[in-house]
Write a protein that binds this ligand. Structure first.
Ligand code: ATP
Ligand code: MG
Length: 558
């Protein structure tokens, strides 16, 4: 079956690179990087950044490094590092050479800091954080020079060496770049480049008690790695002059350029590692890989595919203007991919029993049907036809509405892949709840239209005696507000959707699913796309609903 062609959306960074190459700039050296901070799991926003950075490297036969920006050891961990590597590989990307760490460059960066001191471009400052804030000024008022700004080069070299040797407590001193306290750009008002933290680092152990700041580290690491296109999100636009300042004033090997694009914002979704961590820590979700989470790990567990994510990213413009992307576009990319690749199966979520009064009690018939209606290469599957079956409660109506396409008293419907059945009698309990339908099957209708009467439609079913009972987890959006993060007076957790998970502990799936493996994907016909969850055991298979067959959100809630 043909894959749907994915529209390549506009991408201004690609255009810049093309133009550069046309003019002979950076020919043969398109070098990008993906620089996560290992302080949480990657999310859908990072997928955009990965598709952009790794994608550009692929497109222009360049390279893309993976660099952990690990300048905040207290928030970082090896668990995050491992999860990030796993997620990148799963998306189908490979980084250039070994994974790198900004901490690999701590020695070099320390040398660069000394170089700035020697050039009179950095000084040790003893202002307390509170004082530093006051000296910094505001957007409307210039800052005031620190009283420590005029320290001599020698004194600064000595103090920085003693900071590094561990003589001072956390926060007692910082090393600052000497730029311009009156700059209209606050980032240039003598930003901190090193601070004291007596803390172990996951990569460098107890070697350091001074750590470089992100802005200082990031651009210089780009330069050290020979990055030519350093792509980041718009929040860093105002940091670009500082990025360039460090590179201009330190003897780095390269001169990378920073380009900013608008971060991906999805409606009904929160994409901030800090906030996602809050959901994990407060047990609002079961973990970083909860299938309702917009993390790569969560989406993978839910059944989203790498192709679906990559197609979604390719079809999302890379722009400089901010915008909100509809989460339904992501869901639709998932549907498009699963429609092509998921084999079909039947599962009844809310069963009512159907008894075929004219079928011999112990007789069993095996019916062979295609695994995929449009892809013969996927082979076939077997259904077991017996005297008793289950159909879904929603497929039967005591009083059929007009144009009813399912089963009703004295009406006929085909059980998919099997015979046409006619409902002759309905057994109910004292409250009128339907317990069982007594039907007859028409022997002449296997693979053929019935003669002389009309069939309402085709419904799904499973044998009541030959099936596997499964647990089904139905997910809905995690937030019930379009912009959960957008209200100043209310915390985003107030918009958590209480109905985001409902569990059907006993649904019935066709017997062949006994062989399904964790991660395997199916379309449960007429119900949606599902995949086997890792919580499955040999006694209890658990299926996640990845996505419904159609976008039904608006209908339920609008
Ligand atoms: P978060 O706010 O979730 O912590 P971050 O930007 O701090 O995100 P990093 O680990 O620093 O996360 O990000 C690694 C890369 O991914 C950066 O280049 C960053 O710009 C990019 N990125 C992060 N979030 C998004 C997003 N929503 N859309 C596009 N790119 C993103
Ligand atoms: Mg960050």
């Amino acid at each position: 079956m043909a894959e749907k062609t994915v529209v390549q959306a506009s991408n201004f960074v690609r255009n810049i690179i093309k133009k550069d190459l046309d003019q002979g700039i950076n020919t043969g050296q398109v070098a990008t990087r993906f620089p996560p901070e290992p302080n949480g799991y990657l999310h859908i926003g990072h997928a955009t950044s990965m598709c952009l950075n790794f994608g550009l490297a692929e497109e222009f036969s360049g390279t893309c490094n993976l660099r952990f920006d690990d300048t905040n050891p207290e928030k970082e961990s090896d668990e995050y590092i491992q999860s990030i590597k796993r997620d990148i590989k799963w998306l189908g990307f490979s980084w250039h050479g070994e994974a790198r760490f900004a901490s690999n460059y701590f020695d070099t960066l320390h040398g660069y800091a000394n170089e700035l001191i020697k050039k009179g471009l950095a000084y040790v400052c003893d202002l307390s954080p509170e004082q530093a804030r006051q000296y910094r000024g505001s957007l409307t008022e210039p800052g005031v020079d620190s009283p420590y700004r005029q320290r001599s080069v020698d004194e600064n070299l000595d103090l920085f060496a003693r900071m590094t040797a561990g003589e001072f407590a956390d926060g007692a001193k910082v090393l600052r770049a000497k730029i311009d306290m009156a700059s209209p750009n606050m980032n240039l008002r003598d930003p901190i480049i090193y601070r004291i933290r007596h803390i172990n680092h996951h990569q460098t152990g107890d070697k350091w008690c001074v750590y470089p700041m992100y802005d200082f580290t990031h651009g210089l690491s780009d330069a050290l790695e020979g990055i030519t296109y350093s792509v980041c999100t718009l929040e860093f636009e105002d940091h670009r002059p500082l990025y360039d300042w460090f590179i201009a004033n330190v003897s780095t090997p390269g001169t990378p350029k920073q380009y900013e694009f608008a971060r991906l914002e999805l409606n009904y979704t929160v994409t901030s590692k800090r906030k996602l961590k809050q959901l994990v820590d407060s047990h609002a979700v079961t973990g970083w890989d909860d299938p309702r989470m917009p993390t790569i790990s969560g989406m993978r567990r839910r059944g989203y595919t790498p192709a679906a994510l990559r197609n979604f990213c390719a079809a999302t413009p890379v722009a400089r203007s901010k915008g909100i992307t509809e989460v339904s576009r992501l869901e639709s990319a998932v549907r498009d991919d699963l429609d092509v690749h998921a084999s079909r199966a039947m599962c009844v979520l809310d069963p009512i029993k159907v008894t075929l009064t004219n079928w011999p009690t112990d007789e069993i018939q095996t019916l062979t049907v295609p695994a995929h209606p449009k892809d013969e290469s996927m082979g076939s599957r077997q259904l077991i036809w017996t005297k008793e079956a289950y159909i879904d409660r929603a497929d039967f109506a005591m009083q059929a509405p007009r144009k009813w396409k399912r089963l009703a008293p004295q009406q006929s419907a085909r059980l998919r892949g099997g015979y046409v059945v006619t409902c002759n009698e309905v057994i109910t309990d004292a409250d009128g709840k339907v317990l069982e339908l007594l039907c007859t099957y028409d022997d002449s209708t296997l693979g053929k239209k019935p003669e002389g009467y009309k069939v309402n439609g085709v419904i799904h079913w499973v044998s009541a005696s030959h099936n596997i009972p499964i647990e089904v987890r139905l997910y809905d959006r995690l937030f019930n507000d379009e912009n959960p993060d957008g209200n100043k007076d209310r915390d985003f957790t107030e918009y958590l959707n209480p109905g985001s998970l409902s569990v059907t502990s006993r649904a019935y799936a066709e017997a062949g699913l006994i062989n399904s493996q964790v991660g395997q994907q199916y379309q449960f016909e007429r119900e949606g796309y599902f995949c086997v969850d890792p919580d499955s055991t040999s006694e209890n298979k658990v299926f996640n609903r990845t996505v419904t067959l159609r976008d039904s959100w608006g209908k339920q809630n609008g």
